[in-house]
Design a protein around this ligand. Structure first.
Ligand SMILES: CC(C)(COP(=O)(O)OP(=O)(O)OC[C@H]1O[C@@H](n2cnc3c(N)ncnc32)[C@H](O)[C@@H]1OP(=O)(O)O)[C@@H](O)C(=O)NCCC(=O)NCCS
Length: 185
């Protein structure tokens, strides 16, 4: 994630779905099938809850206001992973930037409810996202990740992202890696 573009989010983290059902260890719906769809504004509270569960450090989380603004931003692509009961299990967001006729995309966050980690949900969302960016004419996709975030780095590597450079102190308390996937020349 690119923290430089973001204002500091407040501490937050609702743990309930709008229906009142809790999300979190042992509380979520059983996963039988995962689909990915574009996010809607009504998804923002659940996305906030997933951010709170997925990121230990609250500086890494998006606030509700940021999430709502991203969903409404035509340059952003935001998706959620849902199961067959339409419960949201994760989300992913990217922004498209056009510079001198070259269009690039930046993945700002991928987060899966910890209870459902390791089930292919992160990969499904990242694939959806890269596909959307490609359909939007994006030639290169960038992202930043903490150097110690092995699951995320593993996911990005396995989806064709390569390290471009190391970003010292990018996260304040740790270095970052910038990764890139080239979609077209
Ligand atoms: C990173 C994250 C999105 C991965 O989502 P996920 O649904 O758990 O990952 P998937 O099941 O789709 O796994 C895809 C690949 O990621 C890698 N991966 C996933 N978990 C891993 C782990 N614990 N250790 C190492 N690699 C891992 C593997 O390459 C895996 O492929 P494989 O199953 O064929 O080995 C998820 O762990 C998460 O939400 N983490 C907290 C938030 C976060 O750090 N987001 C990234 C911010 S830059």
């Amino acid at each position: 994630m690119d923290r430089q573009l973001l204002e500091r989010p407040p501490t937050h983290g609702p743990s309930l779905l709008p229906t009142g059902r809790a999300i979190g260890p042992g509380c979520g719906p059983p996963i039988r099938e995962t689909n990915v769809r574009a996010a809607a504004l009504a998804d923002a509270p659940i996305i906030m809850a997933i951010e709170a569960l997925a990121f230990v450090n609250h500086f890494d989380r998006f606030s509700g206001r940021q999430i709502r603004r991203l969903i409404a931003n035509p340059r952003a692509r935001v998706c959620v992973a849902i199961n067959d009961r339409e419960a949201i299990l994760g989300w992913c967001v990217s922004l498209i930037r056009t510079h001198e006729r070259c269009r690039s995309g930046r993945v700002y966050s991928v987060a899966v409810c910890p209870e459902y980690a390791g089930l292919g949900i992160g990969r499904a969302m990242l694939r959806w996202m890269v596909n959307q960016l490609e359909l939007s004419g994006v030639a290169r996709v960038y992202l930043e990740v903490r150097t110690d975030n092995a699951p995320a780095i593993g996911l990005y590597h396995s989806e064709g992202f390569h390290i471009v450079c190391r970003l010292p102190n990018y996260y304040g308390d740790s270095d970052g890696l910038r990764m890139r996937r080239i979609l077209s020349d």
